[in-house]
Ligand binder design. Structure first.
Ligand code: ATP
Length: 623
């Protein structure tokens, strides 16, 4: 078997942390990937654009309206109260329209963004579920969780912040420039002298901010990985009293993240203030130059008023757009990472011929009656023919293995740790494909059987049966609506789990926490036996729990095994030899090969590996 899950997770997370590549944003490919989703919302985007233009125009026309009020009304010395009232009413109308259109634009863009992100998240999760087991050997669970949560969140920010800012602030800048030139070309040109200075500051800020931002993100992910590692290895920490040391290490990481965050905040404040100073400098210049022009009667006062108001509004959008740069970068990296996952193809796939068989219903959707008929027809004969297999090239795990299992036979598999027992089972379930040879069920190569059908035919009770958070009854039915509550309860009675479940406060409706941690290892095994019974597989595989069970639970499991193995081919990987004593045949494995086989008595008489294992287990029990 592989290393215990906690250590395995820890190793994978370490690998992921160490190998975290500094991914450069690939803007073109990232946005090409997104464009398909955006195209579906073309009308929505046009709506956003229209609303943005109307909202911005409504806002930017307000200073111009004030200019008209000042120059054509107040300073012109006309006592036109009616005209003034109309201007005030239009001003108010423009404010309302700016508010309303900005609201619609914001909501529409959020709606589109959330829609796209949610479909990408759905596709990503569905795609991960379709991957073969070899994929999960390569990818750490930590990085997959990051793809589904943080990376899609970064994408979310692309719509929430970047696109919103590009639409709103970009257009605002453009319209302000138009208004400035329309009011007074000379003054506008004077203002533009500052543009190269602004650009230089923005570029410097951008590169400084990028390092600061990346430092903060790296330190955050190290801290998160550290917490994840601690959670998965909690039992180890407690057993070795590592709390103080882990706390110290966490403090170290937390301190580093704190410093990186402060640096990020300081940089943002300095940049924001610099823009304020630039803005005030421009206002001073305009007041000086414009004021002289007004005094020399070359410029109307209203124009100067409007000019100053526009200059005030000019710097804000530049500031906001520059600040979005980092979000844009992290979103681009996130898109590339998401698409790398989406581009991966499962190593184990159904054959096209099997998939394209349109005449048959999709597996899993057939009725219970059809499933029962199929069960009755199947014989459950299994043939491993000359199979060889390795997880990594050059490290063979199974070598030239041959095994014929007759229909209905009960086989026990024993052998030392790492002999390849679980690997043999993983191949039969087609979690991996053999490198050489073939595995046949009732004469058909497992590669020619659609996986959904294969997994119905071959039922697996794992060493550590997985129970979902949810009620016990749902865990037995595996959320299959075609299985009634009565059938599920009958299955529990059949395997002897009923009494144990009824003792729980809410019986079959007891809600289990993550991985069924409210139940003991033996109780989880019993529930998974009941689960197998309702699904009626033709072949049953039991990877026996290696943990010590109390003798009562062990007896219950023995009984359950005896019941569920009736009339079906059964393979039991045994850690306690007592489990398989009665098996029709016992297979002894060593270093990826079958070294002995026979009944318990025959093998004892042979005096080989099995006898040694047996004598060892007897001594062990005696101690
Ligand atoms: N996913 C994997 N990736 C790489 N190597 C693996 C993987 N799973 C198992 N191995 C290796 O393959 C070999 C056989 O493992 P397997 O789990 O089949 O042995 P086993 O006989 O079931 O052991 P145990 O009795 O301890 O459960 C071991 O050396 C193991 O480290």
């Amino acid at each position: 078997m592989r290393p215990p899950q906690a250590i395995h997770n820890w190793q994978m997370d370490q690998k992921a942390d160490l190998n975290l590549p500094e991914q450069k944003p690939q803007y073109v490919s990232a946005f090409r990937a997104l464009s398909g989703y955006c195209r579906e919302h073309l009308l929505g985007f046009i709506g956003v654009l229209v609303c943005t233009v109307v909202a911005i125009l409504s806002e930017l026309l307000q200073p111009y309206l004030m200019k008209i009020a000042i120059d054509d009304n107040l300073l012109a010395g006309r006592n036109d109260y009616g005209g003034l009232l109309v201007i005030c009413a239009i001003y108010l109308g423009l404010s309302l329209s700016s508010f309303a259109f900005a609201y619609v634009q914001n909501n529409l863009l959020q709606h589109i963004g959330q829609n796209i992100v949610s479909s990408i998240r759905k596709r990503l999760f569905g795609h991960i579920l379709k991957q073969s087991m070899s994929y999960f050997d390569r990818m750490s669970s930590g990085s997959l969780i990051t793809h589904v949560s943080s990376d899609t969140e970064a994408l979310n920010q692309l719509f929430n912040q970047v696109l919103l800012s590009l639409f709103r602030d970009g257009l605002t800048l453009l319209f302000i420039l138009v208004m400035l030139f329309q009011l007074d070309t000379t003054l506008a040109l004077y203002c533009l002298i500052l543009l190269p200075v602004i650009s230089l500051i923005a570029i410097a800020f951008r590169s400084f901010m990028r390092t600061t931002y990346q430092l903060a993100r790296t330190r955050l992910s190290r801290m998160v990985a550290f917490v994840a590692e601690n959670l998965s290895g909690m039992s180890l920490i407690q057993v070795f009293h590592q709390q103080k040391e882990q706390e110290r290490q966490f403090d170290e990481r937390n301190g580093l993240y704190f410093k990186a965050n402060l640096r990020e905040i300081r940089t943002n404040v300095v940049f924001g203030r610099t823009f304020d100073i630039l803005s005030n400098l421009s206002i001073a210049c305009v007041t000086w130059l414009g004021g002289m022009a007004v005094l020399g009667k070359n410029l109307e006062f209203g124009v100067l008023y409007a000019f100053i108001t526009y200059i005030r509004q000019f710097f804000q959008p530049i500031n906001t757009i520059t600040q979005q740069w980092n979000t844009l970068q992290s979103a681009t990296v996130a898109i590339s990472r998401i698409w790398t996952v989406l581009d991966s193809k499962p190593d184990v796939e159904d054959k096209e011929a099997a998939e394209g068989d349109a005449a048959k219903p999709e597996f899993g959707t057939e009725s219970r009656r059809e499933r029962e008929l199929e069960f009755a027809r199947a014989r459950g004969q299994i043939d491993f023919r000359n199979i060889s297999f390795s997880y990594e090239e050059g490290l063979p795990i199974l070598r030239n293995l041959n095994l014929h299992i007759a229909p209905g036979e009960q086989i026990g598999v024993v052998g030392s740790t790492g002999a390849g027992k679980s690997s043999l089972i993983s191949l039969l379930c087609r979690f991996y494909d053999v490198n050489e040879g073939s595995i046949r069920i009732d004469g058909t190569d497992v590669r020619d059987i659609p996986q959904a059908k294969l997994h119905r035919m071959v039922g697996l009770v794992q060493q550590e049966p997985y129970l979902y958070s949810g009620s016990i009854i749902d865990n037995i039915r595996m959320f299959d609506e075609t299985i009634s509550r009565e059938e599920a309860i009958a299955a529990c009675e059949f395997v002897g789990a009923d009494a144990m479940i009824r003792k729980l406060e809410r019986g079959y409706d007891t809600l289990l926490s993550e991985r069924g941690s409210g139940l003991s290892a033996g109780e989880r095994q019993l529930v998974s036996f009941a689960r197998i019974i309702v699904f009626k597989p033709q072949v049953l595989i039991l990877d026996e729990a290696s943990a010590n069970l109390d003798s009562h639970t062990e007896q219950l499991i023995q009984r359950a095994l005896h019941i569920v193995s009736q009339n079906r081919t059964t393979i039991v990987i045994a850690h306690r030899l007592s489990t398989i004593r009665q098996a029709d045949r016992i297979i002894v494995m060593s270093a990826g090969q079958i070294v002995e086989q026979g009944t318990h008595e025959q093998l004892l008489r042979q005096g080989g590996h099995y006898r040694k294992l047996y004598e060892y287990s007897q001594r062990h029990v005696a101690v």
